[in-house]
Ligand binder design. Structure first.
Ligand SMILES: CC[C@@H](C(=O)O)C(=O)SCCNC(=O)CCNC(=O)[C@H](O)C(C)(C)COP(=O)(O)OP(=O)(O)OC[C@H]1O[C@@H](n2cnc3c(N)ncnc32)[C@H](O)[C@@H]1OP(=O)(O)O
Ligand SMILES: [Co+2]
Length: 136
């Protein structure tokens, strides 16, 4: 089941500039960068309990964020819901007619299993489900 709002993701055209902004202007704690090859995405996380801000940027100029930036520029990109059983939630939501953007969860940031729901299934909002691998 969904247990928390894990992160709010913002697509940024200039990752270093955005990291500086969130650190210096907004004074948030910076939890470091992580390039996620499987997602073709560079990420930077800022814990803001009980959730976190995830900055997302194309990895090597490729991937879904490159397409997003090309079409729309920077902006709010997705919401991530943490789940304690991603497979069960995917099965339950598929039953309800939700369209997923991949067959299976894949490796996301911070050693989590992640999967995305098509924006069309959720009133135009891109939703990510994430389950930390350490959890059963
Ligand atoms: C780092 C790993 C992980 C983590 O651990 O946190 C991440 O967060 S990775 C983040 C990047 N990865 C992804 O976003 C994967 C899922 N996304 C996709 O598969 C695609 O981006 C997409 C959502 C299928 C869109 O693909 P695209 O090629 O850009 O198609 P369109 O531009 O034609 O869009 C289709 C349709 O969807 C709307 N759209 C696109 N992006 C978003 C968005 N972020 N939020 C809401 N809506 C979005 C777009 O407007 C189109 O709608 P219509 O115009 O009405 O057709
Ligand atoms: Co995310």
């Amino acid at each position: 089941m969904i247990t928390a709002l894990d992160h709010i993701a913002i697509a940024v055209p200039d990752l270093e500039k955005a990291i500086k902004r969130f650190m210096e202007d907004f004074g948030l704690n910076y939890n470091g960068r992580e390039d996620v090859a499987t997602a073709k995405t560079s990420t930077a996380f800022f814990p803001l309990p009980p959730t976190q801000i995830e900055l997302v940027h194309p990895l090597n100029g490729e991937g879904p964020i490159a397409g997003y930036l090309e079409k729309r520029g920077g902006g709010l990109h997705h919401l991530c819901f943490r789940t304690d059983d991603i497979e069960a939630d995917v099965a339950r939501l598929k039953e309800k007619g939700y369209q997923f953007l991949s067959e299976q969860p894949s490796l996301g940031a911070h050693n989590c299993k992640v999967i995305f729901i098509h924006p069309k299934s959720c009133d135009g909002v891109l939703i990510e489900l994430s389950q930390p691998m350490g959890e059963h």
